[in-house]
Ligand binder design. Structure first.
Ligand code: HEC
Ligand code: HEC
Length: 232
C-alpha cells in the first residue's frame, strides 16, 4: 500500500478541522474579519460559486444584489424574523457575526454576472471558456403581457426598485433574479408571511390582480441586458 503523505499544512488543517468538529462547530467558521470570499465558500454550496443561485431559483441569485439589502436579510434570517429553514444553521450568531455579514455582503454585491454569451478568441483554453460560460446569468423569458407589466412597474414599483429594476440602497434588485423565486416572495408578501415595504396585507402588491404580478415578472425578464434597459 502507498504510504499516505501529508505535509505540515495539510496536517495542521486536518487537526484544526477535527478540533472544530469535536467542539460542535458545524462548519469551519471563518475568523472575524476573514474575507467575504472565504465566507462565501459556505454559501456556494447552495447559492453557487459566483452567487448565481441554483435549482432554477430554489436558491436565489445573490451576485450583484444590493449590499445593504443582503445585510438586512441576513440579519433578519439570523433573528428569525424572516423564516428560512435551510439557512438557519448558517446564520446563527456564533457562525455569522455582524462583521462576517458585512464582508460577505460586500463581496457578493460586487460580483458582476454577464447577461450575454461570451465571444471567445481562438487562443482561449477550455478552462477559460468554461469559467466564462458558468458566470453567464440569463433568466429565461417569463410569459405574460410585457406592455402591461411595464406600465404597472414604471408606475408602482420604480420608486423603490428603480427604473431599470436594479434596486437602490436597501431596495432589492429584481431584474436578473429567478422568476420562480420572485413569484414565491410575492406570494408570501400577499399572504402577509413576509412584510414587503409595509406590514400586513394592505400593500401595493395586494392592490394588484394576480395576472398583473405575472406581467410585471415577464417585463422584468425582458430588461436584463443593461444596454437595452429603458428609463436609465
Ligand atoms: C443549505 C442551503 C443554503 C446555504 C448554505 C445558504 N443559503 Fe442563503 N438561501 C437559501 C434558500 C433556500 C433561500 C431562499 C429562501 C426563500 O425562499 O425565502 C436563501 C436566501 C438567501 C438570501 C435572500 C435573498 C433575497 O433576494 O431575498 C440571502 C441574502 C442569502 N440566502 C444569503 C446567504 C449567504 C450569505 C450564505 C452563506 C453565509 C447562504 N445564504 C447560505 C439556502 C441556503
Ligand atoms: C415603497 C418602496 C417599495 C415599492 C413601491 C415596491 N417595493 Fe418591492 N420591496 C421593497 C422592500 C423594502 C423590499 C425588501 C423587503 C424585505 O426586507 O423583506 C422589497 C422586496 C420585493 C421583492 C422580493 C425581492 C427578493 O429578492 O426577495 C419583490 C418580488 C418585490 N419587492 C416586488 C415589488 C413589485 C412587483 C412592486 C410594484 C408592484 C414593488 N415591489 C414595489 C420596497 C418596495
Amino acid at each position: 500500500m502507498e504510504p499516505v503523505r501529508i505535509n505540515g499544512a495539510t496536517l495542521r488543517t486536518a487537526i484544526a478541522l477535527a478540533l472544530l468538529a469535536a467542539a460542535g462547530v458545524a462548519w469551519p467558521a471563518a475568523p472575524a474579519g476573514d474575507s467575504g470570499k472565504d465566507i462565501n465558500g459556505v454559501c456556494a454550496a447552495c447559492h453557487g460559486e459566483f452567487g448565481q443561485g441554483g435549482k432554477r431559483g430554489e436558491y436565489p441569485r445573490l451576485a450583484g444584489q444590493r449590499a445593504a439589502y443582503l445585510k438586512d436579510q441576513l440579519k433578519s434570517f439570523r433573528a428569525r424574523k424572516r423564516i428560512n429553514i435551510p439557512m438557519y444553521p448558517y446564520t446563527q450568531e456564533r457562525e455569522l457575526s455582524d462583521e462576517d455579514i458585512d464582508s460577505v455582503s460586500e463581496y457578493l454585491a460586487a460580483i458582476q454576472l454577464p447577461t450575454k454569451w461570451p465571444e471567445f478568441k481562438d487562443s482561449d483554453d477550455a478552462l477559460t471558456r468554461l469559467e466564462a460560460v458558468e458566470k453567464v446569468m440569463i433568466v429565461p423569458r417569463a410569459e405574460g403581457d410585457i406592455g402591461n407589466g411595464k406600465n404597472i412597474y414604471q408606475k408602482e414599483c420604480f420608486s423603490c426598485h428603480a427604473r431599470d429594476g436594479r434596486g437602490r440602497g436597501k431596495f432589492p434588485m429584481l431584474v436578473g433574479q429567478y422568476t420562480s423565486y420572485l413569484k414565491k416572495q410575492a406570494d408570501s408578501y400577499l399572504k402577509g408571511e413576509r412584510p414587503h415595504d409595509e406590514e400586513g396585507t394592505t400593500g401595493i402588491l395586494n392592490k394588484l390582480k394576480e395576472q398583473d404580478i405575472l406581467d410585471i415578472l415577464a417585463y422584468l425578464t425582458s430588461i436584463q441586458d443593461p444596454e437595452r434597459a429603458e428609463g436609465k
